[in-house]
Design a protein around this ligand. Structure first.
Ligand SMILES: Cc1ncc(COP(=O)(O)O)c(C=O)c1O
Length: 422
């Protein structure tokens, strides 16, 4: 008997939520103790971009563990972290500094704190303290990250303790003039330190896409008022969209970028917050009080960095690029197939695709939300068929490892059709 003591994430401590015991994983599949083979169509919370147990990453980890497993990252540095920082800056050339942390939420905390302290360092009396975020956003579960998330039942217990954030609606063709006007009114106060967003697709908010053109305009408006822009690429980074990073859809570049999830190919927890030279500038000071006093025990862990370097090498290969392109085309074709099927019209609100991400929003009596009652039905239906899809309420989505084959994609698509037609 397992599971006496573990408190699992996003899981009620109630009967009926027993976890499946996984004994091994390989490629597209995870294997249960009772010998089930389950297709991981969500890359285990969006992290395993190259599938499970990738040999190249496993070998890099093993080699690194035998030479330097860890060292304090204040006052010391090492080759795996240096190599990773250099590669990331080469891929994101508007960035200049890389700050390491452990997961998506901490990368967000770091970004918010850097922006706030930037203005504090520059002028202690007149500081910018406001943040703008987008309704429907999800940026993580620590306090700062929670504050910039949409206010939902997820964070209701802590609402009174979260700092004030100005929320704007997610821009659409219909609401654009209203959103723009609201944004202008907020940034013109001169009190806004940063505007934070998930570029062009909000993940946990239901895989909701929005136009890069609108985002570009908002960033431009923010920059006109010296407000920094933070791109949360924790989900979109490392090839999830049609670009390596979703910021590449934008003409106007963000000032900070947060990355995690796919960074190590799902092997180890790691995150980075990148920023421009301008953002870091007020920290170049001999006054100790202008230091960024932030760090975690495992900051820049060499084994995690070695995993990230190996994962990046795979990501940048032509084979991986072709796979991502193939998945995006298959998703688009499947979306067309669904949209042209009149029998399904009543059942579906919208089908969305964005690179390797496919999402289908079911029309249900209850409105679209993480807590929509359909969630459990969908999850159980697919798990019974040995497919791991963990819907966001009534939104069924796939965010598969890039190694998924056409046959495996078809298998999941067919099962989605079976579910819709039942
Ligand atoms: C866009 C985005 N930001 C931040 C986070 C938080 O990341 P983590 O769960 O690693 O703390 C997530 C996690 O789903 C995310 O999707």
């Amino acid at each position: 008997m397992i599971e006496q003591n573990i408190w699992h994430p996003f899981t009620p401590l109630a009967e009926g939520y027993d976890p499946l015991e996984i004994v091994k994983a390989n490629g597209m599949y995870i294997y249960t103790k009772d010998e089930r083979k389950i297709l991981d169509a969500v890359s285990s919370w969006w992290v395993n971009i190259h599938g499970h147990a990738n040999k190249k990453i496993a070998d890099a980890i093993s080699e690194q563990a035998h030479s330097l497993e860890h060292v304090i990252f204040a006052g010391f540095t090492h080759q795996p972290a240096e190599e990773l920082a250099k590669s990331l800056i080469e891929l994101l050339p508007s960035m200049n500094k890389v700050f390491f942390s452990d997961d998506g939420s901490t990368a967000i905390e770091v970004a918010l704190k850097i922006c706030l302290q930037h203005f504090h360092n520059k002028n202690k009396d007149k500081t910018r303290t406001k943040i703008i975020a987008i309704e429907g956003a999800y940026h993580g579960d620590t306090f700062g990250a929670m504050a910039v998330c949409d206010r939902t039942p997820f964070n209701a217990s802590f609402n009174s303790l979260l700092f004030d954030v100005e929320f704007i609606p997610r821009p659409t063709e219909e609401n654009w003039m209203e959103v723009k006007e609201k944004f202008i009114q907020i940034v013109k106060t001169g009190e806004v330190a940063a505007f934070i967003f998930e570029p062009i697709i909000q993940g946990a908010g239901g895989m909701q896409t929005y136009s890069p053109k609108h985002l570009d305009e908002l960033i431009k408006l923010a920059h006109n008022k010296n407000t920094f822009c933070i791109a949360d690429e924790i989900m979109t980074g490392f090839g999830r969209t049609d670009h390596l990073f979703a910021s590449e859809y934008l003409q106007e570049k963000p000032d900070l970028i947060c990355l995690s999830k796919g960074i190590t190919g799902g092997f180890l927890p790691l995150a980075v917050t990148l920023c421009t030279k301008e953002v870091a500038q007020p920290f170049y000071d001999n006054d100790i009080l202008k230091t960024f006093f932030h760090g975690h025990s495992y900051t820049g862990n060499p084994i995690a960095c070695a995993a990230a370097n190996a994962s990046l090498e795979i990501l940048l290969s032509d084979e991986c690029f072709q796979n991502r392109k193939r998945i995006a085309e298959k998703h688009n074709n499947f979306a067309k197939q669904i949209n042209s099927n009149n029998k399904l019209k009543d059942k579906i609100l919208e089908v969305r695709t964005c690179g390797t991400i496919f999402a289908l929003e079911l029309r249900t009596e209850e409105q679209t939300s993480y807590f929509n009652e359909w969630r459990k039905n969908i999850y159980n239906y697919f798990l019974d068929k040995n497919i791991l899809l963990r819907p966001l309420g009534n939104v069924i989505y796939m965010i598969p490892p890039y190694i998924i084959t056409d046959e495996e994609l078809d298998l999941v698509y067919n099962e989605i059709l079976n579910f819709l037609e039942k």
